[in-house]
Design a protein around this ligand. Structure first.
Ligand SMILES: [Zn+2]
Length: 129
């Protein structure tokens, strides 16, 4: 799957829906490819009290459900096809799922890919202190 195809697939997941009390879901879509070549996807769910999560979180949960942990490439896309870099929580989440994910290619703009380690130069590690 090319980068453009990944971006298009993530964009196709974006179908903003209103939940109760003005809360929303599926404002952002994410697609990832594992080191085994399998593709997983997810959408954001924006609820209150810290219960909501990013689209990357949803895609990673689907990957773990499938028994995989190593992400080769990941992208998140908003409505209108805007590619969005992962938030700090998702950066750390990818790392904590598997430290090899520091080598994950993260699409942060349409024509820009960086390694997760560039986005997370000092990941949390209780054993490294
Ligand atoms: Zn996030």
């Amino acid at each position: 799957m090319t980068d453009e195809e990944l971006i298009e697939k993530a964009k196709s997941l974006v179908k903003p829906r209103k939940l109760r009390h003005g809360l929303t879901a599926a404002d952002c879509g994410s697609v990832l490819v594992t080191d085994q070549g399998n593709v997983y996807s997810g959408v954001s769910i924006d609820t209150t009290s810290g219960m909501g999560f990013c689209s990357e979180h949803g895609a990673i949960a689907a990957m773990v459900t499938g028994g995989e942990y190593k992400i080769k490439k990941i992208v998140a896309v908003l409505e209108d096809g805007i590619v969005l870099p992962p938030c700090g929580r998702c950066r750390e989440f990818m790392y904590q799922i598997d430290e090899d994910n520091l080598d994950t290619d993260v699409i942060i703009k349409k024509d820009k890919i960086v390694k997760l380690r560039e986005l997370l130069p000092y990941p949390w590690d209780a054993e490294d202190n």
